[in-house]
Ligand binder design. Structure first.
Ligand SMILES: NC(=O)c1ccc[n+]([C@@H]2O[C@H](COP(=O)([O-])OP(=O)(O)OC[C@H]3O[C@@H](n4cnc5c(N)ncnc54)[C@H](O)[C@@H]3O)[C@@H](O)[C@H]2O)c1
Length: 390
């Protein structure tokens, strides 16, 4: 049973590992941090300390709390330092073979009851677990970037995970002041599956010349209520990362047209226009850059928002149909993991399921593309005059 006294290990001191370390230490755990690259874990700890010191300057945290939090983190230089750990969270590179090798090596040093968790965004937790002699102890704990700020954690039991472990992890994540949801081990889990059309359908709209990217971004922000437009967000995430997630989910769904990536985005990656981190993506972030201006056309904005929204709702409905998570957890995931202004299923109820279905069916008739096939659940619910909530 995991508790606040549990000793936590974190492997990988990159963006995610350092954030998770901070979250665990902040919840009072002793944390051991390891990174294969020399100096990386110490550098990550220094960065955490300096970002926490900024909170002290702003009066949001006391110096004593920062000192106490950092004193709970110990950098170790080999896996054997994890011998006393009760829970280890892995946040190394997103390569299945690397994660499998790591889990197999870990089993040789940790005690029999130690839980091994992966922060993978898109790999199969079941496949990672298969590398272990005791796969029952393996689970996915998917944090969102930046981990100290984003509340959502997807808890993903593998096919082999022992009964009760997901609930146990869920309680621990609540103790860490996170919002945990339990998701089935399927491609993209909840968020990275349901959010695909936010990018994919927006890219399709641009590809077809229905609107340019600045107009799509403005529509999604101003009419849709999203914090950022899809192109601005892809530039922030990094087009390489976003494209890889899309491609991985599409391949894992046996090339389902609903998840098909866009050639526009592929070209962005090929030309290394990766977004903010390279100074150029869909937009130019250089000094004196001239960027496209959104068209003000109310009808066009409404058309863009309802089309992207209908596609998002369709994925949320399909995730529910396949019991990836409960309706409440699907909605929580999108508001707490990617800051959507509303849960998609609640939004669907407000728009009316019949209207959502008719948008999807019109697109399907127009394109004859499987990409626009409506979820069976949506069709059944319209037939039975049901709504997702109440
Ligand atoms: N960045 C995100 O937005 C995000 C969000 C959720 C989940 N994830 C997942 O979290 C994991 C880490 O992502 P990241 O963005 O922090 O990556 P990153 O590149 O910032 O950091 C990875 C770290 O792991 C270290 N590392 C690599 N192989 C190792 C090994 N065998 N043993 C020990 N250390 C090793 C690297 O030196 C590096 O410091 C990936 O599985 C990723 O899919 C990323």
């Amino acid at each position: 049973m995991l508790s606040e006294k549990s000793i936590v290990g974190v492997i990988g001191a990159g963006a995610m590992g350092s954030g998770i370390t901070q979250v665990a230490a902040s919840a009072g755990h002793s944390v051991f941090l390891f990174d294969a690259k020399e100096g990386a874990a110490n550098n990550a700890l220094k960065k955490t300390e300096s970002s926490l010191n900024k909170l002290v300057e702003k009066g949001k945290m006391s110096q004593e709390d920062v000192t106490a939090l950092c004193s709970r983190i110990t950098v170790i230089d080999s896996l054997s330092g994890f011998a006393s750990a009760d829970l280890i969270i892995e946040a190394v590179v997103e390569i299945l073979e690397v994660k499998k090798e790591l889990f197999s090596a870990l089993e040789k040093v940790v005690n029999a009851s130690c839980i091994l968790a992966s922060n993978t965004s898109s790999l199969s937790v079941t496949s990672v677990a298969a590398a272990c002699t005791n796969p029952e102890r393996v689970i996915g704990l998917h944090f969102f970037n930046p981990a100290p700020l984003m509340p959502l954690v997807e808890v993903i039991p593998a096919l082999q995970t022992k009964d009760g472990l997901a609930e146990d992890c869920k309680s621990l994540m609540q103790a860490w002041k996170k919002v945990p949801v339990i998701a089935k081990d399927t491609p993209g889990f909840i968020v990275n599956r349901v959010a695909r059309p936010f990018y994919g359908e927006s890219l399709k709209i641009v590809e077809e010349g229905i609107a340019d990217m600045a107009t799509v971004d403005a529509a999604m922000r101003e009419k849709g209520g999203f914090r950022m437009g899809p192109f601005e967000l892809m530039d922030l995430i990094g087009n390489d990362i976003n494209y890889t997630v899309t491609e991985t989910v599409w391949k894992q769904f046996y090339y389902d047209a609903r998840f098909r990536p866009s050639l526009i985005q592929k070209k962005m990656v090929e030309s290394e226009r990766l977004g903010r981190k390279t100074g150029k993506g869909y937009y130019d972030y250089g000094e004196n850059a001239v960027n496209p201006v959104a068209k003000t056309d109310d009808d066009l904005s409404s058309e863009i928002v309802i089309r992207v929204l209908a596609m998002l709702i369709n994925e949320a409905a399909d995730a529910l149909y396949y019991k990836i998570a409960t309706a409440e957890d699907i909605d929580l995931s999108m508001t707490k993991g990617v800051n959507y202004p509303k849960g998609l299923l609640k939004w669907a109820d407000e728009i009316g399921l019949e209207k959502v279905l008719s948008i999807l069916d019109s697109l399907y008739i127009e394109y004859h593309d499987d990409r626009y096939r409506a979820s069976v659940l949506l069709r059944q619910m319209v037939r039975e005059n049901k709504s997702f909530f109440n």
